[in-house]
Each structure stands twice: as structure tokens, then as C-alpha cells.
Ligand binder design. Structure first.
Ligand code: SOE
Length: 410
């Protein structure tokens, strides 16, 4: 396999990396919601942060020629492909960014790593533990050749969650007792919402569990700094049949369906309790049926010395209670996470000028570019993605066995 490169000196002058930096030529597979979000990240990262390499939006790939061309024009991708194998075979691509449904993650990632590319893969890493294991093993081998592979858990890249991680690591919460996480959306409440790929097990792996549960398992493990070691779970599919989609539809907005109907083969909601390695206990809830909740990811950690709470719908804030303060004036206080010494914020706006959802993808691109340049394992690695996959599989196993406690090998 060719060695992973940065493309220095091989790109036409007009498309070379900005600010005199060598380019990192990105080829992205998939161009819907996540493709648009990642495009923002690649386009902006080197304009805001000082990076050793400058991402170049070299090629975007999708099966519908006209749709992918329109996407490329809108988001600034230089070229298009309609077959991911052609994209992976190109020697003017350094990094393959996988934004497709889960059923193609493993195949594309394995081919890209074998072709000498760096890889970014959207969550959940794969649809099964076996696939995630193969991807992790390939990423380890590729690392020895100088390639890096990252799993795309973007909520680690909210400045407030990164600050929470820093505070936990500093010992501000002391011994951790509780982690409480919910991720609530409501885009499936309408029983006429069509049976898109996210509702088919063979495409998505699982439902709310893999889509939203993967995020909160990763975030909980990242903030706590330790793995989940066992779960007791319930899952439910409230609407078991839906209209087949009338046309191409992949988003979260309700589109019209046809008269024919098909079976929903994934969970609509997943609820589980868990043990963490240190002895802390946790609860998780992921659903697409929480009426009125759009993208409500909330996490609270309680330790002997204090607590932290974060709400994605107020993402520039972190709540902190310092339990070592005198009770008379202790209590939760709001940290406005917009100071230049907060994570990621040295390069953005003056204090008080907040960030949003899309910035998490800019930060993800920043961290990955730095890891590529340094030849370091990025976080979250494929191994981290595999650990999340093991938790998801244990949740499914436990739910099938009427919530029996299911340990997880870590
Ligand atoms: C849909 O539930 C979705 O788009 C997820 O797939 C994303 O990972 C999440 O960030 C927003 O919601």
C-alpha cells in the first residue's frame, strides 16, 4: 500500500493548502446531513486555527451524480465521484471521511486504510462488534505505517464538554458516584414518517440506540475517563410499520411516504442502567419519541467533591457545583464557556460570543489534522469506537433477555 501522505507539492497551485501550509486532501463519502456538517469543519478549520496542514476539499462521493455535483458546488468540493472505490483509489486523496450509513463504514474504512489513507468515520463506528473489531485492528496496523483513524463523536468537541473533561481530570468532582445521561429527539413521533434507512437494521445497525445512544455512551465514558463495564437494558419500537419512502429521503424532516408499508426493524427508544469501572453507576436514555425535545442531550456527573451538568441546547454553558464550599453559599453556578482559555476558544470570538453545533465539526477537523501531522493516535480512536460498540451490543443482548445484567469485556 502507498504510504500515507499529506500531498505536499503535488496539488495544483490554486488548490494548495492555505496560509502556505501543505494540503491535507480530503475525500468524503456521503453528502447528506453529516456530509454538510463535515464540509463546514474541513472548510473552516485552517481559517480559524493555526494548523500544520490545510484541509483541501478535494472530492466528494455519492451515487446520484447530479445531487453530489450540486452538493459539491454548494460546499466547495473540487471534484466528485459516484463510486467510493474510485475515490479510495485516487492517489491525490490523503484522508477518507466516511459519512455514509453504518452498513458501509467497515468496507470503506478497511479499503481506505489498505490504500494508505487516513480515515475519519462517523458514529457509530460500525453496525456490529465484529466489524468494529476488524476496523480497529486495521487502524492499529495502519498506525504503524503513519496513518491515523478517528471515530466521529463530535460532542466531545463542544468547548463546554471539553472543559468538563478537564475539570473531571483535575479531580474537581473527586470520586465519581453518578453519571446521568439522556439524548432526546422527537422526529419519529408521526407514524406516517417514512421508513428511511435509519429505521432499517441492515442499514443502520440499530435505531435510537446506535444513533443517539452511541453519542451518550461515548460522552459519558469520555467525561468520566473510564469505561462502562455492564448494562441492564430495555428497548422498544413503538411504531412497528411505516410507509415506504416515496423518493430519496435521508433526513430527519417528515417527507411523504408511499402507500406500501414496511416493518421497522430497529428500536425507537433505548433505556439502560450501567456500571462504570470505578464503581460509579449510570443511567442512559436515547429516544426519537420525546415530544417537544429536538436535540436534547443532557449529562450530569455527581462526585464526592462536586457536580457538573451540561445541556446541548445551551451549549455555551456548563453548570458546576463545588461541594467543598461552605453550604451557606454553595450551589450550582453557570460557567459561561466562552473565555479564551477554555478549550478551542483561543481562536474564536471575544468572551460572550458563543459557538454552535457546526463548530464541533470544525474542532473535530482541527484535532484530526493535528494528529495526522504528528502521526499520533487521535481521540476518539477506532478502539474507543469499538468500546462504544460493545456497550451497544450489550444493551441489545440485555434487552432481549428482559434486562438481565450483561457484563462488557473491556
Ligand atoms: C439524528 O438523530 C442525528 O442526526 C444523529 O445522527 C446525529 O449524530 C446527531 O448529532 C443529531 O441527530
Amino acid at each position: 500500500a502507498p504510504a500515507a501522505g499529506t500531498g505536499a507539492g503535488t496539488w495544483p497551485a490554486g488548490l494548495a493548502g492555505g496560509a502556505g501550509r501543505p494540503p491535507l486532501r480530503v475525500g468524503m463519502v456521503g453528502y447528506a446531513f453529516m456530509g454538510a456538517a463535515h464540509s463546514q469543519g474541513w472548510r473552516t478549520a485552517a481559517r480559524v486555527f493555526d494548523l500544520p496542514l490545510s484541509p483541501v476539499l478535494a472530492a466528494v462521493c455519492g451515487r446520484d451524480r447530479d445531487a453530489v455535483r450540486a452538493m459539491a458546488d454548494r460546499h466547495g468540493w473540487a471534484t466528485t465521484e459516484t463510486d467510493w472505490r474510485a475515490l479510495v483509489a485516487r492517489d491525490d486523496i490523503d484522508l477518507v471521511d466516511i459519512c455514509t450509513p453504518g452498513d458501509s463504514h467497515a468496507e470503506i474504512a478497511l479499503a481506505a486504510l489498505a490504500a494508505g489513507k487516513h480515515v475519519l468515520c462517523e458514529k457509530p463506528l460500525a453496525n456490529t462488534v465484529e466489524e468494529a473489531q476488524a476496523m480497529t485492528a486495521a487502524a492499529e496496523e495502519a498506525h504503524a505505517r503513519g496513518q491515523v483513524a478517528m471515530a466521529g463523536f463530535n460532542y466531545r468537541r463542544v468547548p463546554a464538554t471539553a472543559l468538563a473533561r478537564r475539570m473531571v481530570a483535575e479531580g474537581r468532582l473527586g470520586t465519581l458516584r453518578h453519571v446521568r445521561v439522556t439524548y432526546l429527539q422527537d422526529w419519529l413521533v408521526d407514524p406516517q414518517f417514512p421508513l428511511t434507512w435509519r429505521l432499517r437494521k441492515e442499514a443502520a445497525g440499530s435505531g435510537a440506540l446506535g444513533d443517539l445512544g452511541a453519542h451518550i455512551v461515548d460522552l459519558a465514558q469520555y467525561l468520566a475517563g473510564e469505561p462502562v463495564i455492564g448494562v441492564s437494558a430495555l428497548t422498544e419500537t413503538f411504531v412497528r410499520e411505516r410507509p415506504l419512502p416515496a423518493g430519496a429521503s435521508s433526513g430527519l424532516a417528515s417527507t411523504s411516504g408511499s402507500h406500501a408499508r414496511g416493518a421497522v426493524t430497529v428500536d425507537d427508544a433505548a433505556l439502560f442502567t450501567a456500571r462504570l469501572a470505578s464503581g460509579a453507576i449510570a443511567s442512559f436514555e436515547a429516544t426519537r419519541f420525546a415530544t417537544g425535545r429536538k436535540n436534547a442531550l443532557r449529562i450530569e456527573l455527581n462526585g464526592e467533591r462536586g457536580s457538573l451538568a451540561f445541556d446541548l441546547e445551551r451549549l455555551n454553558e456548563l453548570s458546576y457545583h463545588d461541594h467543598t464550599e461552605p453550604a451557606a453559599h454553595a450551589g450550582f453556578r453557570r460557567i459561561l464557556v466562552t473565555e479564551s482559555d477554555h478549550p478551542y476558544l483561543d481562536a474564536w470570538w471575544p468572551p460572550g460570543h458563543g459557538l454552535g453545533y457546526e463548530h464541533t465539526f470544525v474542532h473535530q477537523a482541527r484535532d484530526l489534522v493535528r494528529a495526522v501531522a504528528a502521526g499520533e493516535r487521535p481521540e476518539p480512536s477506532f478502539a474507543d469506537g469499538l468500546q462504544v460498540q460493545r456497550v451497544l451490543a450489550a444493551v441489545e443482548e440485555s434487552a432481549e433477555k428482559n434486562s438481565v445484567y450483561t457484563p462488557i469485556a473491556v
